[in-house]
Design a protein around this ligand. Structure first.
Ligand SMILES: *[C@@H]1O[C@H](CO)[C@@H](O)[C@H](O)[C@H]1NC(C)=O
Ligand SMILES: *[C@@H]1O[C@H](CO)[C@@H](O)[C@H](O)[C@H]1NC(C)=O
Ligand SMILES: *[C@@H]1O[C@H](CO)[C@@H](O)[C@H](O)[C@H]1NC(C)=O
Ligand SMILES: *[C@@H]1O[C@H](CO)[C@@H](O)[C@H](O)[C@H]1NC(C)=O
Ligand SMILES: *[C@@H]1O[C@H](CO)[C@@H](O)[C@H](O)[C@H]1NC(C)=O
Ligand SMILES: *[C@@H]1O[C@H](CO)[C@@H](O)[C@H](O)[C@H]1NC(C)=O
Ligand SMILES: *[C@@H]1O[C@H](CO)[C@@H](O)[C@H](O)[C@H]1NC(C)=O
Ligand SMILES: *[C@@H]1O[C@H](CO)[C@@H](O)[C@H](O)[C@H]1NC(C)=O
Ligand SMILES: *[C@@H]1O[C@H](CO)[C@@H](O)[C@H](O)[C@H]1NC(C)=O
Length: 432
């Protein structure tokens, strides 16, 4: 209590139990680094921490409750993930914040409008909370308010001038319910976007690739998006993970898939020259705590739910499963030679399996089940030497199942179930 000149306090993982004493915050008000993470500390945080000098404030994995306080002007890094906090204070403020890990709490309400003024914010992880309704628009008015150089009547300034610097925006497993957030128009530097498992509705806007040209990961899985997949989505040159599964998209898969440039190279030959918050170098340059990257993504591949962490980016994947997509599988899909996972299962796709499917040499998992695909299975499929999971069941495929190479050695308990529901198929492993 009397160590008032402490600059650095590091008492992480020390078995501390009970409430944080009321004097803690004033005693350490001059400290720049406070790490009390991984204990059993409980109780509410003070509503206002403006008087502190802390730059890095780490409190993750405790039992803290109450509201997320108004932060000091000095705070750049905040980690209070894995606690039981339940909202933001009404006047939430954090002008210097660069990275905030707030995932796995019980935060309700919505994201405060003040986010529009956080010009330094790069990483915001709000996954696994109870947030609802819509995100703030951050229209030009909201953005201007916080920008000191914006006192200028000249109208020549473009909206982009005021844009945010967010590179990672992770909102999975909440209850957001608006249309595709307009907020994202102000995030031209976005690299990772995860809206998985919310209640977002409506169509994807055509501005998606223009507004966020550097997206590497676009995860919209398990929402209520509908309408056509806009052709503009193919303008996402850097995208490596495109997951639109479990929505209600209809219409055809847009053509010109070959414009997804990053997927036309294999993952090892790809340049990873963007900000990767899951990478060591990025963390040290941002002087972030390693726990910020302790978040992970659950990915469905090879029929299993797998947890991906640092290696997420090496998973080059397109998952459009469980929608209402019609028409043929575009032939130019076969130019995406970097693809490791392709899942088009449970749609209404018709026509043949692209003849050149054997070009997708990196494929490890291919699921085309539960569609209306017809014709023969292309011989080239057996050239996919990395393939370990294949499912072509419940289509209208016919003819002899190709044999030789990889197709004979796929490890599965029940090989016939890869082809089940295609009465016209014959040859091993089906009995006909
Ligand atoms: C979703 O978030 C809640 C907390 O709000 C958590 O209890 C639950 O485990 C999360 N679900 C998944 C699939 O991560
Ligand atoms: C904008 O600038 C003018 C003149 O420089 C000044 O009088 C006015 O108070 C400023 N407004 C704000 C909101 O700072
Ligand atoms: C206002 O904008 C004009 C044109 O962009 C610029 O020349 C001028 O310096 C700006 N004034 C302020 C106070 O920022
Ligand atoms: C999916 O979209 C179609 C129109 O394309 C609509 O008729 C149907 O009701 C939607 N299904 C759900 C579950 O929203
Ligand atoms: C990687 O980046 C370098 C320089 O930035 C460039 O010359 C090279 O063509 C890139 N390689 C690929 C596969 O994009
Ligand atoms: C990282 O995550 C693992 C498993 O989810 C957890 O056991 C561990 O405590 C976390 N580490 C930190 C520093 O939060
Ligand atoms: C394809 O997606 C469906 C639905 O999302 C899932 O059930 C299935 O396991 C996936 N297939 C593979 C091979 O991962
Ligand atoms: C299945 O394909 C055959 C031709 O191979 C075609 O005659 C038949 O109409 C198709 N059945 C369905 C239900 O699409
Ligand atoms: C293929 O998908 C069908 C339908 O979802 C399922 O019954 C079957 O077990 C799957 N087979 C393999 C090998 O994954």
């Amino acid at each position: 209590r009397w160590q008032k000149s402490t600059k650095i306090l590091h008492i992480s993982n020390t078995g501390l139990v009970g409430k944080i004493p009321y004097w803690f915050w004033t005693t350490f008000s001059d400290a720049t680094y406070l790490d009390i993470s991984l204990n059993h500390l409980s109780g509410n945080l003070p509503l206002n921490l403006e008087f502190m000098s802390v730059i890095k404030l780490l409190m993750q994995s405790n039992l803290l409750t109450g509201l997320i306080p108004k932060l000091s002007r000095t705070t750049e890094i905040l980690d209070i993930s894995r606690n039981s906090l339940n909202g933001f204070v009404p006047n939430f403020q954090a002008p210097q914040l660069r990275a905030a890990a707030l995932f796995s709490n019980s935060i309700t309400g919505t994201i405060p409008k003040t986010i529009c003024r956080m010009q330094k914010l790069r990483v915001l992880d709000l996954s696994n909370n109870l947030l609802s309704k819509e995100l703030p628009d951050c229209g030009i008015k909201e953005l201007k308010q916080g920008n000191p150089s914006s006192n200028n009547s000249s109208k020549v300034r473009s909206l982009r001038y005021f844009s945010l610097r967010i590179t990672s925006f992770l909102l999975s497993n909440n209850s957001f319910s608006s249309g595709f957030p307009l907020f994202l128009r102000q995030c031209p530097r976005l690299v990772f976007l995860d809206l998985t498992q919310n209640k977002f509705t409506g169509e994807l806007p055509g501005w998606i690739s223009e507004a966020m040209p550097g997206l590497v990961m676009l995860r919209l899985r398990s929402n209520k998006f509908s309408g056509h997949i806009p052709v503009e989505i193919m303008g996402l040159q850097d995208v490596r993970i495109l997951d639109l599964s479990n929505n209600n998209f209809s219409g055809a898969i847009p053509k010109c898939l070959e414009k997804l440039k990053a997927l036309t190279h294999t993952s090892t030959s790809n340049n990873m020259s963007f900000d990767n918050p899951f990478e060591e170098g990025y963390r040290s340059s941002m002087s972030m705590s390693s726990s910020l990257s302790n978040d992970s993504f659950l990915v469905v591949i090879k029929g299993q739910l797998l947890e991906y962490r640092e290696n997420t980016l090496y998973l080059m994947s397109i998952d459009l499963s469980c929608n209402s997509l019609i028409g043929e599988i575009p032939e130019d899909l076969t130019s995406l030679v970097g693809l490791i996972n392709l899942n088009l299962s449970s749609n209404l796709l018709s026509g043949n399996i692209p003849y050149k499917i054997g070009n997708l040499r990196s494929l490890e998992s291919l699921d085309l089940s539960k569609n209306k695909l017809a014709g023969e299975i292309p011989e080239g499929l057996s050239d996919l030497t990395y393939l370990s999971c294949l499912n072509l069941s419940y289509n209208n495929l016919s003819g002899r199942i190709p044999s030789g190479h990889q197709l004979d050695i796929l490890e599965t308990n029940d090989p016939a179930s890869m082809y089940i529901g295609n009465p016209g198929l014959c040859g091993l492993p089906v009995s006909r």
